[in-house]
Design a protein around this ligand. Structure first.
Ligand SMILES: CC(C)(COP(=O)(O)OP(=O)(O)OC[C@H]1O[C@@H](n2cnc3c(N)ncnc32)[C@H](O)[C@@H]1OP(=O)(O)O)[C@@H](O)C(=O)NCCC(=O)NCCS
Length: 199
């Protein structure tokens, strides 16, 4: 006989399992209107965090890997906002330039915006700054371009809304990124041919 004073443990186990919770939260996603373009401003996002001991490298500065992780997490927010898809994967870090060190106690801010949207892929431009909270000096410490691909529920690449410029500045940004994509594809093709010839 069912004891009503006891919880249903199978149910409790499911609630406590984070993977079950994620899967059930995103089960049956709403359709995305692919005719509805989004501007760069629509998904622009900044993530900020104070650097702590856990972020240090052996020299006592901020570890480059800590910055890279912040960049990947922050840029993914932009890709998720634009695509309206919870599942986006990092396909490529097109470039990552470390320009100056960051120090423990600095506030690191990762400024991200969408620069180009293909059918399923999205290039997010990233600028990273570090602020000394006492002197209020803000330094640009890194920049990057990260490419994400949106996935559907069966983990296949899925179409995302187009990126529609809201003004001439946005149009110029998108055009520069489009040229980068063409150059990248050309280099990829050359690398493929070289690898084939080397076989
Ligand atoms: C990214 C991934 C989904 C692409 O899958 P795929 O079968 O190659 O997909 P497709 O060939 O259909 O390409 C889909 C899009 O991704 C782009 N793409 C794929 N690989 C890419 C790369 N290395 N660099 C840039 N763009 C890439 C394609 O150009 C295409 O863009 P478009 O739709 O805008 O024209 C797949 O390679 C993957 O799952 N990689 C692992 C991702 C991962 O685990 N990341 C780390 C943790 S999040």
């Amino acid at each position: 006989m069912k004891d009503d004073t006891q919880p249903d443990w199978s149910e409790v186990k499911n609630i406590m399992n984070p993977f079950e919770r994620i899967a059930s939260r995103y089960h049956g996603l709403p359709d995305v209107d692919l005719t509805q373009g989004k501007s760069i401003a629509y998904s622009r996002s900044t993530t900020t965090r104070i650097m702590e001991l856990i972020d240090a490298n052996s020299q006592g500065n901020v570890h480059g890997g800590a910055i890279m992780r912040m960049v990947d997490e922050a840029a993914a927010i932009v890709a998720i906002k634009h695509s309206q898809r919870p599942f986006v994967v990092t396909a490529r870090v097109d470039r990552f330039d470390f320009l100056a060190p960051a120090f423990i106690g600095d506030v690191v801010s990762v400024h991200c915006e969408m620069h180009y949207v293909g059918r399923t892929s999205m290039e997010v431009g990233v600028e990273v700054t570090a602020e000394d909270l006492i002197t209020r000096e803000v330094r640009k410490i890194a920049s990057s371009n990260v490419i994400y691909v949106a996935l559907d529920e069966s983990r296949k690449p899925t179409s995302v809304p187009p990126l529609v410029p809201a003004n001439t500045t946005e149009a110029e940004t998108i055009e520069r990124a489009r040229k980068r994509r063409v150059r990248r594809q050309k280099l990829d093709e050359e690398a493929r041919l070289e690898a084939k010839e080397g076989q």
